[in-house]
Design a protein around this ligand. Structure first.
Ligand code: AMP
Length: 299
């Protein structure tokens, strides 16, 4: 079942204890699309400037992603810079330059509107809302956001929250958005504002899913080498929504399996800078790490 995503398509400057990478392919929609493309057909919606290297669009297209919804406009591509702490568990944003996203107002075509699974990746909530409003009754809509929008556009964010089935968010942002420090209370508060399912990502500590029928906890894959965690959250969301769409099933069991697929794809993402960890990845390698998760958690 087809997956539609809207979100940032970016050029990132990233510094981690393992090195640095400047002007590399990033953006929430880029990471999400590539991650989800291992499971299902993905249509990406976003905008880039005239400075965006053609090779990045070619790469996305080579993953089978429909990039007809990624417009190229006069102006600068979204740019983001971040630096990670020694343990890589904390990150500081150095700059966020919206560029062509400032004026972007997508008009979805018929194929895009008919997508059954929709992911509102990290971007201005008013843009996320435009996508929800144009989609023809999708089966499942999920969203992400971050501190930049929680602080900068709270009213619009609240309106999107009320329209989605699931919120996929990291622990600090869950605390900030809910005003609750305890994650169980934070999830309950957020579920009360719209999404029936809330997934809280906890980096190297894994994630927690709070749904109508279950609470599920998954570890992160124990990695020996972490070079760059940027995009891990978007890859988690891409693996999660992609696997749900492939299964075409929204049962509690399907949600659990999809959470593990999300964790698997996120783990590959962290092993290299930018999208390097996903470039030569195969569905066989994903399935094999999925099986490793079984032995990791069986007792
Ligand atoms: P993650 O590590 O999963 O939070 O995703 C990082 C990606 O999100 C980077 O590639 C950035 O280009 C992108 N990003 C950072 N800040 C924002 C923002 N305020 N809105 C949209 N995308 C962003």
């Amino acid at each position: 079942m087809s997956v539609l995503v809207v979100g940032s398509v970016a050029l990132d400057d990233v510094e981690t204890p393992a090195g640095r990478a400047d002007g590399v392919l990033g953006g929430a929609a880029s990471y999400f699309s590539v991650a989800a493309s291992f499971f299902e057909k993905v249509r990406a919606v976003g905008v880039v400037g005239e400075d965006f290297p053609a090779e990045h669009l070619e790469f996305l297209a080579s993953c089978g992603i429909d990039i007809s919804g990624i417009a190229t406009e006069k102006g600068k591509t979204f740019r983001w810079g971040g630096v990670y702490s020694e343990s890589m568990s904390e990150r500081e944003t150095r700059f966020t330059e919206l560029g062509v996203f400032e004026e972007f107002a997508p008009e979805l075509g018929a194929a895009h509107r008919g997508s059954e699974f929709v992911f509102l990746a990290n971007i201005h909530p008013s843009l996320q809302l435009q996508i929800v409003e144009q989609a023809d009754s999708p089966r499942f809509v999920a969203m992400d956001t971050m501190n930049f929008w929680i602080e900068g556009a709270p009213a619009e964010l609240e309106r999107v929250l009320a329209r989605v089935d699931a919120l996929v968010i990291n622990d600090e942002e869950a605390r900030q958005l809910s005003g609750e420090h305890n994650l169980v209370l934070a999830a309950a508060a957020l579920r009360g504002r719209g999404p029936a399912t809330v997934i809280i990502k906890r980096g190297e500590y894994g994630c927690l899913l709070f749904g109508p029928d279950q609470v599920f906890s998954a570890p992160a894959y124990p990695l020996e080498v972490v070079r760059d965690p940027t995009g891990a959250g978007d890859c988690f969301a891409g693996g999660f929504v992609g696997a749900l769409a492939r299964a075409g099933d929204l049962s509690p069991e399907a949600f659990r399996r999809a959470v593990i697929y999300g964790s698997v794809v996120a783990s590959f993402c962290c092993e290299h800078f930018s999208l390097g960890g996903l470039r030569d990845l195969s569905i066989e390698a994903i399935e094999s790490r999925f099986e490793e998760f079984r032995s990791l958690t069986r007792f």
